[in-house]
Structures are given as C-alpha cells and as structure tokens.
Design a protein around this ligand. Structure first.
Ligand code: AMO
Length: 428
C-alpha cells in the first residue's frame, strides 16, 4: 500500500489508507485513544479502539498507521482514521526539550535554535519555511519566464564586492581569500558575457559584528542583473512586478500556511517612492529624528515605514537618490550631481533590497574605485571587462530571510532562517 500524506491527498470515506509520521499528541479515554498524527501535510486524528486501546508510545515517535477513512464533521479535514494497525518505526527515546504540540512554542530563541530539528517541527515554523520555499521558487520562475538565465557564481573570492570591512577572510592554499559578500561582480560579468539577463539565488556572507534582529552573517541573496537598461525606474518596475508575482504565488500555494500564521499578505498596486532627502526631511520635521549622513538608520527606516503606511496605505516604499559616498564603487552616479542612480526598498520599515544602475564606462569605473580609496589593480579581473563592450545595466538583490520574516510576522530574522549564523552561533 502506498503511503498517503495528510492534506496532499483527497480522502475517500470508506477507503483503507496508509499514513506515516510523528505522534503529535495522544489522549486516552476509557474506550478510545485519540492519536494525532503529523506529517509534512499537516495533522490528522486517528482513533484507536478495542485491541489498540492500550497502545502507548512517546510523542514524537515515528509510526505507520493503516486505517479506514471515516467521515467526521468535527475535524477540519472532514475525516478521521480508524486504526486497523499501528507500527512503531522509530521510538522517541528522550523527553523532548520543549513542548511542540501547543499553539505557540514556549521557549527562548536560543533554546529553540539549539534544538532546531525539534522547533522546526512546530506547525508555525513549518509554515514559515514552506512560504520561504515558495518565495524563492516563484522569484526564479518569474525571471526564468522573462528570458533570464539562472547563474551560480563562486562564494570563495579574492575581493569583497561591496566595499567595507565586513568580509570573512580565509586561507586559500596559502593565498588570502574571502567569502563572497554578494554575487555583485559576477552577476555583472555574466551580463557582460552575453547572457544579458541573469538571476541567482545563493548564500552570501557578511562579517558584521551586530547583535541585531535584522542581521545574519550568512543569508540568502535573491539577485538580479539586467542588461540594456539605462533608467533606474525600470529596475524598480522589475522589482515591483516580481514582488507582486511572489505574493500572488504565496497566496495561491500557501493558503494553509497563511492561515496557521494568521497572516494576510500586502496587496501591491504601485510602490510609493521618496528620495533620501525627502525621507530625511520627513524624519526631521515629523518625528524630530536626525539621520546619519547620506543614509537612514534602522529607527529612521521604521518611522518611514509608519509614515508610508499612514500616508499611502503601503507597506513598501522605495528610497532613491543616495549620495555616491554611501553607495558601493560600482554604483552609477547621477548626471551633474553627487547622487547616484540607486535605491533601497523598505518593507514594513525594514530594508529588504538595494539596487540600481551600475557604471559601465571603464574610465568612470576606474575613477570610482580610486575615489573610494580602492586600488583598481586589486579588482582587475572585474574591471578589465569594461574595455570589451559592456551594455548599460543594473539590478537588485533581496534578502530572502528579511523578506520572509516580515511577510510571516516573525520579529527576529533568525526565526526565518533554518540554521542561522550570527555572532555567537555556528551550530547547529
Ligand atoms: P546590500 O548590501 O544592500 O546590496 O544587500 C542587499 C539586501 O541583502 C539583505 N542583507 C542582509 N540580510 C541579512 N543579514 C545581513 N547582514 C544582510 N545584509 C544585507 C538586505 C539588503 O537589502 N550587491 C547589492 C545589491 C545590488 O545592488 O544588486 C547588495 O548586496 O535585505
């Protein structure tokens, strides 16, 4: 008999089926034992009577059940399983470190992360990572259907691509190497190699010594790079369109998960846009909040998130026109100004994306590297291609965990990361 999975297979009343999974919860009455069986699809009630009445096994053990499907209006699935046979496949041998068959996990974040295989079994965590899976899949599907090529670029690199000191170093057979901060140079190189439109879904590494609810030291970057584009607005339109598509896919494919998390996704029509200058002015006049030179800090982002929700009824806002000083060396400057053709996207007051046009002129790029105090020779394998015909191009990157955390209402980015890496955590 083939194993069926709860909620994935329509049940036929009267049919005999085989199910396997974890023993979620048991309740013993004088004439009946109720056993809730959990598998990747959800939870189903199984009824043990007569010779099975005194069957006992620890919760979280793995069992296989063969039983009859019986109509039950009280059950969400509309059916329950009357057990004909139950077999223990692998017993849970130790008391689990915290209860997972309650509506909420009642333990601190560290404890939950220390025992990740247990906390991930909770249905809210199952829902978060299923939504994350659909987000990444739909991101890829959207761009594939628009003529983009999926690329895989190295994560062991000779130089950081984002500037700054937040790079991890490693010894690469006696040479100094780094873990990639982003696929920035390589996605541009793939555009220059003739692929024109590329995307990548991959891990990147930031040696940021932050204790924060929004920073990881390893995260998944959803990257896009588009050739033959010379207006940053077009890039913002691509991002708006992919987000609309990703949200519609989650709404279609994750109804059960959204219900478990009690989450309603935003409806994007148009994303409002503020220049950095306007955002800083709003912060100063409306919230008496000073901003760092050429940027917003996390509190400023949060307040701007509140502002656009009130004013535009939007959970998203683009912030544009950052100055050259606060953007990386590859960013295209605006004509006749010290600003750049770049943007950040905030979602519920948290930056989830940076993007913009890139410099495609060789001399201008050399100049930009030098003005940031970087030696162009250290980046020669990237810079040299700009002598050989590179189209105008630009792109963006979305932090998958930040997007997932905000979408699922998880307050801390670690909750949207299966196995987070932060200042203290290297295991599990
Ligand atoms: P940036 O450095 O702004 O831009 O990163 C893009 C997005 O990645 C996410 N992110 C992080 N998520 C978790 N932990 C971190 N430490 C972390 N750092 C960044 C954020 C952020 O908006 N190459 C450019 C993108 C581009 O222009 O194409 C880049 O990496 O969501």
């Amino acid at each position: 008999m083939i194993r069926i999975v709860t909620t994935e297979t329509p049940y036929k009343v009267g049919e005999t089926v085989k199910l396997s999974g974890w023993v979620h919860k048991q309740r013993y009455l004088s004439k009946v034992t109720f056993l809730l069986l959990r598998d990747r699809g959800g939870i189903i009630q199984c009824i043990l009577e007569k010779e099975w009445l005194n069957f006992r096994v620890e919760n979280e053990s793995i069992v296989e059940i063969i039983g009859d499907v019986v109509e039950s209006k009280k059950q969400k699935l509309g059916v329950e399983i009357h057990v004909r046979n139950i077999r223990v496949i692998n017993k849970c041998q130790e008391a689990i470190p915290f209860e997972i068959n309650q509506s909420e996990l009642k333990a601190g974040m560290d404890h939950l992360l220390n025992h990740r295989t247990i906390s991930l079994r909770h249905e809210k965590n199952q829902a978060i990572f299923k939504i994350q899976s659909v987000l990444s899949q739909s991101f890829g599907d959207f761009f594939t259907s628009h003529g983009f090529t999926r690329i895989f670029t190295p994560k062991i690199v000779s130089q950081g691509a984002e500037g700054g000191a937040n790079v991890f170093s490693l010894n690469y057979f006696g040479k100094n190497a780094h873990l990639a901060q982003s696929p920035q140079f390589y996605k541009q190189m793939m555009v220059a190699s003739g692929f024109e439109r590329v995307f990548e879904i991959g891990q990147v590494f930031r040696a940021e010594a932050h204790h924060s609810s929004r920073h990881l030291n390893e995260y998944v970057s959803l990257d896009v790079e588009i050739g033959f584009i010379d207006d940053v607005k077009e890039i913002m339109e691509w991002e708006t369109d992919v987000l609309k598509y990703m949200i519609s896919r989650v709404n279609d494919q994750c109804k059960r998960e959204l219900e478990i998390l009690d989450v309603k996704l935003p409806c994007i029509t148009e994303i409002p846009c503020l220049t950095l200058y306007e955002a800083q002015e709003i912060l100063s006049s409306k919230y008496q909040k000073a901003s760092p030179e050429g940027d917003l800090d996390s509190e400023g982002e949060r307040l701007i998130g509140e502002y656009v929700r009130e004013k535009y009824n939007s959970e998203f806002v683009f912030i544009t026109n950052y100055p050259c000083e606060t953007r990386p060396m590859y960013t295209m400057p605006s004509n006749d100004s010290a600003l750049t053709e770049s943007y950040d996207l905030l979602y519920k007051g948290l930056e989830i994306t940076s993007g913009g046009l890139r410099i495609h002129d060789y001399e201008m790029l050399l100049q930009s590297f030098s003005s940031k105090g970087l030696n162009p020779n250290d980046f020669a394998s990237y810079i040299e291609m700009f002598q050989y015909g590179v189209p105008p191009h630009g792109g963006f990157a979305i932090g998958l965990e930040r997007l997932t955390a905000n979408m699922t209402g998880v307050g801390n980015i670690r909750g949207a990361t299966a196995f987070p890496r932060d200042l203290e955590r290297l295991i599990p």
